[in-house]
Write a protein that binds this ligand. Structure first.
Ligand code: 5AD
Length: 346
């Protein structure tokens, strides 16, 4: 009964209490979960129709100075063979993607300063000059406000910087003491203030996470109002301190996608690779629950396996063209259509 009441307030576009959010996130009722997803899908369709936007993901570098306990490319994993794409190689990836019809390029990489502001500014300007109808999304970690400002002026449109977890206590259990949640939050606020379409997000069920922690993430997002929200289940990587921990819950992730869709009707929410890694039906479930973005991988095939954030990451070894064909088929099977528009936030 309490759960019904909690859902009612969410469906009526009222912010549920913390206790009600907890109940919804933790519910274990297949019938109500379908209702939740259907409601989220209705809101998504009211805003974005049946469109699913594609973002060409280019994993520019797996060099990372950070040592997050969950991540396979953490600095202290000495078994990773490190690479950083040269600007020319990144341009080649964009060309492949552009010719396949993609109009957003996501430059994602470990946090490192091999890519100076100067190199990035030149690269962004080159991509923008050559592909004027394309958007650039950066996902390169924490940098100074000045650096972000330069990247924005050069023409970058969007920036993804997941908060990872809004609970400071949990943050300190997932990261070494050299990393600070407060610093990360400053970066997210800077990005917003500088006018980037800003992406936030978190993992579902990393070790030590409680549902209360997830409520904190949602509340932080309500305050910051990100245009993009990326969430995915935790997936262990065997060469990390969390290598033997249990993988996150697909169903809980899917419920959270629906909750986020209802609280952020206009957000761009991807069905993430980690969701697909844990379940063949992950993409279908994500889309049906309110997700409206998919990020096909444009990275050079021979380097894909080196960008292993977690074990079993899917679609290593498959060319971009084939990945996109598969996505188009899956999206249509789920009852949606792939859109090749830039797909900015409404
Ligand atoms: N499982 C799931 N997601 C992970 N990420 C990093 N490591 C893992 C993992 N083991 C996520 C982080 C990061 C994004 C690029 O990938 O949230 O922000």
């Amino acid at each position: 009964m309490d759960l019904h009441k909690a859902l009612k307030s969410l469906f009526e576009n009222r912010m549920p209490s913390d206790e009600d959010l907890l109940r919804i996130i933790d519910m274990d009722d297949p019938q109500l979960e379908l209702e939740l997803a259907a409601k989220a899908d209705q809101i998504r369709q009211a805003n974005y129709g049946k469109k699913v936007y594609l973002r060409g993901l280019i994993e520019v570098s797996n060099v990372c100075q950070n040592d997050c306990y969950y991540c396979g490319i953490r600095a202290s994993n000495s078994n990773v063979s490190r690479y950083s794409l040269k600007p020319e190689q990144i341009m080649e990836c964009c060309e492949v993607g552009y010719n396949l019809g993609l109009r957003t390029f996501v430059l994602q990489g470990g946090e490192n300063f091999l890519y100076s502001d100067e190199i990035l500014v030149k690269l962004i300007m080159e991509i923008k000059a050559k592909y004027q109808d394309a958007a650039i999304t950066l996902s390169l970690g924490q940098r100074s406000r000045e650096s972000y400002a330069k990247l924005k002026r050069a023409g970058a449109d969007r920036y993804l910087l997941r908060e990872e977890c809004a609970s400071k206590e949990l943050y300190s259990k997932l990261h070494p003491s050299s990393m600070s949640f407060d610093d990360r939050l400053i970066c997210i606020r800077d990005l917003k203030e500088l006018g980037f379409q800003t992406g936030m997000g978190f993992m579902v069920c990393p070790p030590y996470q409680t549902t209360k922690d997830l409520v904190e993430d949602i509340k932080l997002m309500l305050e910051i109002k990100p245009e993009m929200i990326g969430i995915g289940p935790f997936v262990p990587h065997h060469e990390t301190p969390f290598g033997k921990e249990k993988a996150g819950s697909v169903d809980k992730t899917v419920r959270l996608i629906s909750i986020l869709r209802l609280l952020f009707p206009k957000a761009l929410i991807p069905a993430t690779t980690s969701l697909v890694t844990l379940s063949k039906a992950g993409r279908y479930k994500g889309l049906k629950a309110g997700a409206n973005v998919i990020m096909p991988n444009l990275s050079p095939v021979q380097l894909r396996s080196k960008y292993e954030l977690y074990d079993g990451k899917v679609s290593t070894g498959i060319e971009a063209a084939e990945i996109i064909d598969n996505i188009i088929r899956e999206v249509e099977e789920a009852g949606y259509v792939v859109s090749l528009e830039r797909g900015d936030a409404l």
